[in-house]
Design a protein around this ligand. Structure first.
Ligand code: GZL
Length: 324
């Protein structure tokens, strides 16, 4: 019987069999010298994902983690299986960026049932199906609705034309950033009657697919003069498509995005992109800090919110050296 089950059993026995401490609806995390930590990455197909995974590896030694990191290669089903495998290996704590809001619910529930405290990082799950403070400890991440809203507000303030014809490149279908970045932008841009979103299609957060989708949408909407991409990788792909079609990003079409990658900051410096709202991938140190607070018995806020900067012509050159 492993240590966690003993701990849970001891807790239950001390309070009467079959019950948990008042309000103890989460698995505890016993304070130890070293922790076996699971990090279930969804894919490694873009700089953001690679930077996030590196952040966890770079944090491991300083945080006394024996880190088990898996890569689901873009498959939610494989990510569920990867979590199963880490549970079987007896991890003490799980950090999970769920690729999509619904398919990863079983993984969250299995970890909870196995008495493993789970922290969702970077993306979250369907709140109707799993709750912070009950099924997982907390969500560590940005406010994606606010990110979309900030892009819209910047677009309204900086678009010079009388008529804004918008094409939207959505992130991974069913993911919390795609759902919320769409909601935040669509609701905010509606405040200005100059704008119309004529097409909105997923590019799966990927550069090449973003380019292909932009090529197709350009055929259907040659009058497009604003492109909103849910991440910089798709924005860079869209810029490639626009230039191949003889358009001049930054002159006759405004490209706006989210993340803050090095290529995006360079595109802003080059005048091809207008703005990118930051969505930091550097979750390792925050994960370490929150895990230690939890191991010390602190109550963790259900949403450990990451604050995001905004990058434009005014500050892109100043920050490009810290970008990924
Ligand atoms: C945001 C993260 C998103 C990034 C994309 O926290 O989930 O996934 O914005 C990445 O670049 O693919």
């Amino acid at each position: 019987m492993n240590r966690r089950i003993l701990l849970l059993a001891a807790t239950a026995l001390s309070l009467g069999a079959g019950s948990l401490a008042m309000g103890q609806s989460l698995p505890p995390l016993e304070k130890k010298d070293r922790y076996k930590v699971g990090f279930s990455q969804m894919e490694s197909n873009n700089p953001w994902r690679i930077a996030e995974t590196k952040s966890f590896h770079d944090t491991a030694e300083a945080c006394n983690w024996d880190l088990i990191a898996t890569d689901a290669a873009g498959s939610a089903a494989k990510q569920v299986a990867d979590v199963d495998s880490m549970i079987a290996q007896g991890i003490d704590v799980l950090f999970l960026p769920p690729r999509e809001e619904k398919p990863l619910i079983p993984a969250v529930k299995k970890a909870r049932a196995a008495g493993i405290p789970t922290f969702l990082v970077d993306r979250s799950v369907d709140p109707a199906a799993a709750k912070p403070g009950v099924d997982f400890v907390a969500f560590l991440g940005s406010d994606f609705i606010d990110q979309g809203r900030r892009v819209a507000d910047w677009t309204i303030a900086n678009f010079k034309g009388d008529k804004g014809v918008i094409v939207q490149l959505e992130g991974t279908t069913g993911s919390s950033p795609a759902n919320d970045r769409k909601k935040g932008f669509d609701d905010a841009i509606a405040a200005d009657s100059r704008f119309e979103i004529v097409a909105s299609q997923s590019g799966d957060f990927a550069r090449d697919l973003g380019r292909q989708v932009m090529e197709t949408l350009l055929q259907a909407h040659p009058d497009v003069n604003v492109v909103y991409a849910h991440n910089d990788e798709m924005a860079i792909g869209a810029i490639q498509a626009l230039e191949l079609a003889g358009r001049k990003p930054g002159e006759d079409v405004l490209v706006v995005s989210i993340d803050g990658t090095r290529d995006a900051l360079q595109a802003i410096i080059d005048g091809k992109m207008g703005v990118t709202v930051e969505s930091s991938p550097f979750f390792g140190p925050l994960a370490c800090e929150v895990m230690n607070r939890y191991a010390n018995g602190e109550e963790i806020e259900h949403w450990v919110q990451v604050q995001d900067r905004i990058f434009t012509q005014d500050n892109a050159a100043k920050h490009i050296d810290e970008a990924y």
